[in-house]
Design a protein around this ligand. Structure first.
Ligand SMILES: [Zn+2]
Length: 343
């Protein structure tokens, strides 16, 4: 199966936790947390459609300014999500700059910001470049089941966790289903691969009827060719399998209610990105800082039946052997290898 989501842990296991998820065929990406993103090239930053922020501690939110700078002056709608208080935090960041010249811009850059209470409700407002980023169109929103994004192809859900008296959101990205294409069977049908496969997959995920027609256009033997094919004709070339699931969990106190919520959110995730800030020998320190130890992270990954676990947000106090010990600890508790391939 060729995965739809291509996650990349931007700063590896040790820097600010930032997860960039490229979506195959969509020319777009999702971002989980907004710490240091300076190593992401502008062409990737411009693909981001949604940003999901866990909380506004600096190491999770300092990249806001950089993203704003890259996107300013472009015609773009960027959606941001965060915990209670997030609207004011975005507003304060925007208020820190002088915007007297932006009214002359030809294109409008809009931030649509939603803060969530974790119980399926929240508030949303817009900040538009051409109105000098004033808070506009504020409204309350409901998100049944804490679902923040629901499209034919994917869904993002959150859960609210406690991070030492402040709220922190953890997120799960779920591909609704995955449509595999047998290329040899396409060939037998005389059809080329191409951009039309995306339309076809979306039609399948929308549950369109079998007589639904897809336009296939390609260049063959020096001429432009075009054909309409129905989903019924394509059926022998398709196989629908469960979609990918990625969970992102960071900055959370080791507490029974937090653990239960994470396990529920991350259940059966193919990939669980989770903080493993401290070694278990420093668990008391972790408790004071409201962070998980590697062993605790591994236990959560095991309880959630995650396919793979990717530890992140290692405390800078650990170098050399201690860093290897963090991995060993999460692996022992998880009962499997911890992945590093996303760095
Ligand atoms: Zn924090």
């Amino acid at each position: 199966m060729r995965p739809t989501f291509h996650p990349h842990l931007v700063n590896g296991s040790t820097g600010d936790p930032v997860l960039f998820v490229d979506c195959l065929f969509e020319r777009r990406a999702l971002l989980f947390d907004l710490g240091d993103i300076r190593t992401l090239p502008p062409r990737k930053l411009m693909r981001i459609s949604h940003v999901f922020v866990s909380h506004a501690h600096m190491d999770h939110f300092i990249g806001f300014d950089w993203l704003l700078r890259i996107l300013l002056g472009r015609e773009k709608d960027l959606k941001l999500f965060g915990p209670p208080g997030f609207l004011a935090q975005v507003e304060h960041k925007l208020r820190a700059y002088t915007w007297n010249l932006v009214r002359n811009y030809l294109s409008d850059f809009t931030l649509r910001v939603t803060e969530l209470d974790g119980n399926g409700a929240g508030r949303r407002a817009s900040f538009r470049c051409l109105s000098a980023f004033q808070r506009e169109d504020e409204t309350s929103v409901t998100c049944p089941g804490n679902v923040l994004l629901s499209e034919p192809a994917m869904r993002v859900r959150c859960t609210l966790l406690d991070h030492g008296g402040i709220s922190c959101l953890a997120y799960a990205l779920q591909e609704q289903a995955h449509v595999n294409v047998w290329k040899n069977r396409l060939q037998e049908l005389g059809l080329p691969v191409g951009a039309w496969l995306r339309d076809m997959k979306q039609a399948v995920l929308r549950n369109e009827p079998e007589q639904w027609q897809i336009r296939v256009a390609w260049r063959g033997e020096g001429a432009q060719r075009e054909r309409l094919v129905s989903l019924a004709e394509l059926k022998p070339a398709l196989r629908i399998v469960p979609g990918q699931k990625i969970a992102y969990v960071t900055d959370v106190a080791w507490r029974e209610d937090n653990v239960a919520r994470i396990v529920e959110l991350a259940r059966n995730a193919d990939l669980l990105f989770i903080e493993a800030a401290f070694l278990q020998r420093d668990a008391e320190h972790g408790q004071r800082k409201f962070h998980l130890t590697a062993r605790q992270a591994g236990e959560i990954a095991s309880a959630a039946h995650a396919g793979s676990v990717i530890p992140m947000h290692f405390s800078p106090r650990y170098v050399g052997e201690d860093r290897a010990a963090l991995r060993a600890e999460i692996e022992a508790a998880f009962g499997g290898a911890a992945m590093t391939a996303f760095q």
